[in-house]
Design a protein around this ligand. Structure first.
Ligand SMILES: [Zn+2]
Length: 332
């Protein structure tokens, strides 16, 4: 058995080098402060809330050993996707990150895999970079924010991107931002921008992809939603009811909820009751282990936490811990 974690973050060394030499990193400016300080861009400040974000490869692998995780699939720390940048600067950020990620993955002897980041502000550039990332750099697909500068993912402009991802067999991992999501402007108290804002955005992107017909138009597209899709599963009955009751609002041939089990969802859901609900709703073949490394503390580890769940069968645990991701990402 090989345990595989689809949800682990990385800050590239190129950013730390830029900080040390007092240079901007692709339009992100470093401001010294507590801990590693903050990065500022697009009127948004991002702090580094975990020391592990500066781990070397060796330190990361030692930490994975302690967590009993055999393979981490790495994606960029989401505030650094840079969708607000001018196209060429966005492309440079993506190429820089993806080249380094590919090299890190190659040095890790099978312990790491990676998702590219893409300049989705220009669909053509995103398609070209995804193709390069998958065919030349050996990455497994791409991680994506849940909206693109106010545009939603069911816009017809994105369809060629989904078609390209489908053809490449690339996996798309949707992950919202803690400080740039639907809820951020509404309330800044109680940490709700992260605890609730992030998972609301997971549900919003799930609903938009399904109700917008992306899975209908691209039936072989491989998509995973972070944080178990947030409340997506719970809200789908109402979205389906709307589809039945108000035919003039339909964007799909079949009710959106009928595509719910075409997506994958990770296990970063908070508790066992929610995980059980997710499995029962989408099927165990669609649930995969995620840890949200290094931001979510697991007691004692994401693997042991799953192994200890009493409401999951041994077969379900095997599928979630490695079998589903081994097949999805072709990790043997
Ligand atoms: Zn995350």
């Amino acid at each position: 058995m090989k345990t595989i974690d689809i949800h682990a973050h990385i800050v590239p060394d190129s950013m730390w080098r830029a900080i040390e030499s007092k240079q901007d990193w692709h339009g992100f400016r470093h401001e010294p402060g507590e801990g590693f300080g903050t990065m500022f861009a697009n009127s948004q400040r991002t702090e580094f809330s975990s020391k592990k974000l500066r781990y070397t490869l060796e330190e990361r692998i030692r930490d994975m050993d302690e967590q009993k995780v055999d393979v981490q699939v790495l994606s960029i720390h989401t505030p650094f996707v840079g969708y607000h940048l001018e196209p060429q600067q966005g492309l440079a950020l993506a190429q820089d990150f993806n080249d380094e990620l590919s090299s890190t993955v190659r040095r890790a002897n099978g312990r790491l895999a990676g998702f590219a980041t893409l300049p989705v502000q220009v669909v053509g550039l995103a398609i070209a970079e995804l193709e390069r990332a998958v065919t030349k750099l050996g990455l497994k697909g791409a991680s994506l924010d849940t909206s693109v500068n106010g545009l939603q993912w069911d816009e017809p402009a994105f369809l060629p991107f989904f078609k390209a991802a489908e053809q490449l067999g690339a996996v798309l991992f949707y992950h919202p931002q803690p400080r740039n999501n639907f809820l951020v402007e509404r309330i800044k108290r109680h940490g709700l921008n992260n605890s609730l804002g992030v998972i609301l955005d997971d549900a919003i992107v799930t609903a938009i992809l399904l109700a917008g017909g992306v899975l209908e138009k691209c039936p072989d597209l491989k998509i995973c939603i972070a944080h178990g899709g947030g409340p997506a599963c719970m809200t789908m009955s109402r979205i389906d009811k709307n589809w039945h009751d108000r035919p003039n609002t339909r964007g799909t041939q079949k009710p959106p909820g009928s595509y719910l089990n075409k997506l994958y969802y990770d296990t970063v859901v908070g508790d066992e009751t929610t995980l059980r609900f997710l499995i029962d709703r989408v099927g165990v073949d669609r649930v995969v282990m995620g840890s949200d490394w290094p931001f979510v503390p697991w007691h004692p580890s994401p693997v042991k936490w799953l192994q200890d769940r009493e409401t999951l069968s041994a077969d379900e645990k095997e599928k979630i811990l490695w079998k589903n991701l081994s097949a999805l990402l072709d990790i043997r």
